[in-house]
Ligand binder design. Structure first.
Ligand SMILES: *Cc1c(COP(=O)(O)O)cnc(C)c1O
Length: 360
């Protein structure tokens, strides 16, 4: 294991911060009357007492972490849960980056939240563009990093390009970079590659982000995870809002996570549909290039992409227009839908008359 000390990286004022303390956890087991939190002891209007929401949630979501620990094979003391993985992205920046001084490195084209969260926190974003085939440009990353770089964000499989980043490249920075390396694995469920969580024991500066919004179908519940060393975790817990994951989310996620069979069959169906869609699109004249995908979406480039995008919108088929994003020029990101939705997309694309052809 590489030697690592988190304290020198943390914003200094947080080292001695006293987090908000709920009295609950100290007394669970022996309490006969909870008169400490100004809740409504009678219950929730319209709910039986068993189904009420009148008590504050478990701030550390222990039951849910135990279940996630089994599914992901990560000890509970390496798990942070948040209001989507977006919360973990924001907290990492809050904990490690001094506004106006520190920076993060992001590898565009990639997920937009790293930059948004950094900007909200007045933290500079240094960009190290991916290569033309959407892989890590080691030289560009090395050049972007300076002594005030606190976090490098790698997204694998990458959004919006759909491809996995080369493991050796991520490992190179995990080994050589002394601050935090984040691997955002929002789409890892759709790949056959093993997760970076298997490497947590070797790299205490590693943070793996995963979400239950995509393959697990819980986008509306808002549940995301950061898997990391207990040293890093301690500071995420210190800075998070005390009750960041609601009881409704905790309870519902516990129920949903039991349905592993359906989870796997959805993934199989989504991959089959992805491959079907790609085959269908390949025969269309308007399609220029389809990028291979390890996710539940894919990127494709089209002749007249902005016009085609508008045509799809007019027909009620909404995809993501990435045509003005550098390295994604003429690109639309297409999420795999249900069989019916995918058929509608293909039929609608068939109806499209490229402007460039009409003008001939
Ligand atoms: C969708 C997505 C997320 C997940 O966000 P949540 O806040 O957990 O819903 C994180 N990272 C990437 C790259 C994504 O595409």
């Amino acid at each position: 294991m590489k030697s690592f000390s988190v304290e020198p990286l943390v914003r200094p004022h947080l080292l001695n911060l006293k987090p908000y303390a709920s009295a609950r956890s100290e007394f669970s087991g022996k309490a006969q009357a909870w008169l400490d939190a100004n809740e409504n002891a009678y219950g929730t209007p319209g709910r039986t007492i068993e189904n009420a929401f009148h008590r504050y949630p478990d701030p550390y979501q222990l039951k849910l972490k135990e279940q996630i620990s089994e599914i992901k094979n990560v000890p509970t003391d390496h798990i942070f849960l948040g209001n989507g993985s977006d919360e973990a992205i924001d907290l990492l920046i809050k904990v490690f980056c001094r506004p106006g001084l520190d920076n993060i490195v992001s590898l565009p084209p990639t997920f937009g939240m790293y930059e948004v969260a950094a900007s909200i926190n007045d933290v500079e974003v240094k960009s190290a563009s991916l290569t033309a085939d959407y892989q890590i440009d080691r030289a560009a990353v090395k050049e972007a990093v300076n002594e005030n770089t606190k976090i490098i964000f790698f997204c694998s499989p990458n959004n919006p390009t759909g491809n996995l980043l080369a493991t050796e490249d991520i490992l190179f920075f995990l080994k050589s970079f002394s601050s935090l390396v984040v691997v955002d694995e929002a789409y890892v469920d759709f790949t056959d590659q093993s997760s970076f969580v298997d490497r947590l024991a070797d790299y205490p500066n590693l943070v793996v982000l995963q979400t239950f919004s995509k393959a697990w179908g819980m986008a509306a519940l808002r549940l995301g995870a950061a898997f990391t060393s207990p040293d890093v975790l301690k500071f995420l817990n210190k800075v998070k809002m005390p009750y960041n994951v609601s009881t409704l989310t905790q309870q519902t996620a516990l129920e949903i996570l039991q349905n592993t069979e359906q989870y796997h069959s959805y993934i199989t169906a989504i991959k089959e549909q992805r491959n079907w869609l790609i085959t269908q699109l390949q025969s269309l004249e308007t399609v220029e290039k389809i990028y291979p995908s390890d996710a539940n979406f894919f990127l494709a480039t089209f002749a007249d992409a902005p016009d085609l995008y508008q045509f799809l919108v007019d027909q009620g088929v909404i995809v993501r227009n990435r045509s003005s994003v550098r390295l994604c020029e003429s690109g639309l990101r297409i999420t795999v839908g249900t069989e019916q939705e995918n058929q509608l997309l293909v039929e609608t694309l068939r109806q499209y008359q490229p402007k460039s052809i009409l003008n001939d």
